[in-house]
Design a protein around this ligand. Structure first.
Ligand code: RIB
Length: 307
């Protein structure tokens, strides 16, 4: 059973801040960490850490970060044969700022991720056809995302689209061709133009989006859990209360874990419950991929919260 992630990789430059400087001001921040990130890579590593067979289709630059990113996929058993270098280009990088409440602000410089093109899907097509799930985000060109969705539909492979970061030009007809459309509440707000402060408002915005013809809409809500809406169902997955220190990459942890359990069980409810727990565990660690537990650590965490 294989999962393919077709998407981004970035180098995360994470600064922990007491407060952000004003324009023109210099402020000291307490600490800094560098790690492998990118929404696509994070989702791939999360699923791989749980034991899924994962393949990555992605682009790195030809700088000092590239080999480390390729080696990082190998370290976690992710098939990196379709991670290619782009000559004369930088790798994707993401300066991230995390505050004392574990909230994050992220800038992305896409670099080589801009060069993941439909031809790369063609080149990987033989291997992609062996997969049981394709997972997409929006840190690579939209034309590649659309092309992959059509490929998945043609080959009867279920597909997840995580519309992150939100893209004003996203064609919702393509969202409707996906089995799962998985925004967070900020992306839901941008996609609908509706407020998403309260759970009630989120439900209203989600209903509006679902009515465009989506199959399964899953809205990740951070410390408020997740919402699953389909044409038949309305389900709220409750949050797991933890003392969060860094929420960056928690949405990716959720999607990677959901992918793993969905492919394992075919059961959306089970996959969502596991994903919610896995994302909760990820926010008690620092960084993105570095905060994702192994299967063994995840099992221990689940035992610890039920005791
Ligand atoms: O979702 C978190 C990710 O967003 C980070 O790893 C960063 O690289 C950006 O892609």
């Amino acid at each position: 059973m294989k999962i393919a992630v077709i998407g981004s990789n970035m180098v995360d430059l994470v600064t922990y801040v007491d407060q952000m400087p004003k324009w023109g001001e210099t402020l000291e921040a307490p600490s800094f960490e560098i790690g492998c990130g990118g929404k696509g890579a994070n989702q791939a590593i999360a699923a791989a850490k749980l034991g899924s067979q994962v393949m990555m289709v992605s682009k790195v630059g030809d700088d000092l970060f590239a080999d480390n990113t390729i080696a990082n996929f190998a370290k976690y058993g992710v098939d990196n044969r379709h991670v290619k270098k782009v000559t004369g280009c930088s790798s994707g990088v993401a300066p991230i700022f995390v505050d004392k409440n574990a909230q994050n602000q992220i800038l992305i410089i896409k670099g080589a991720n801009n060069y993941l093109k439909p031809v790369d899907i063609d080149e990987a097509s033989k291997d992609l056809k062996q997969c049981q799930l394709l997972v997409l985000q929006l840190e690579v060109p939209l034309e590649t995302v659309y092309y992959t969705i059509d490929f998945a539909n043609k080959n009867n492979i279920p597909v997840i689209l995580n519309p992150a970061p939100a893209h004003p030009d996203l064609d919702l007809e393509y969202a409707c061709k996906c089995d799962f459309f998985m925004p967070n509440e900020t992306e839901l707000e941008i996609l609908t133009g509706l407020p998403v402060e309260t759970l009630e408002q989120i439900e209203q915005a989600a209903e509006l989006l679902l009515n465009k013809g989506l199959k399964n809409l899953i809205v990740t809500l951070g410390s408020r859990g997740a919402l699953w809406l389909s044409q038949e169902k309305r389900v709220h997955i409750p949050p797991t209360k933890v003392d969060a220190i860094d929420s960056s990459g928690a949405g990716d942890a959720f999607i990677g874990c959901f992918s793993h359990y969905f492919v394992q069980t075919g059961d959306i409810q089970i996959a969502l419950e596991q994903a919610s727990l896995f994302a909760a565990q990820s926010v008690i660690g620092k960084g993105t991929q570095s905060s994702y537990p192994s299967l063994e650590q995840f099992e221990q965490f689940k035992k610890s919260i039920t005791n």
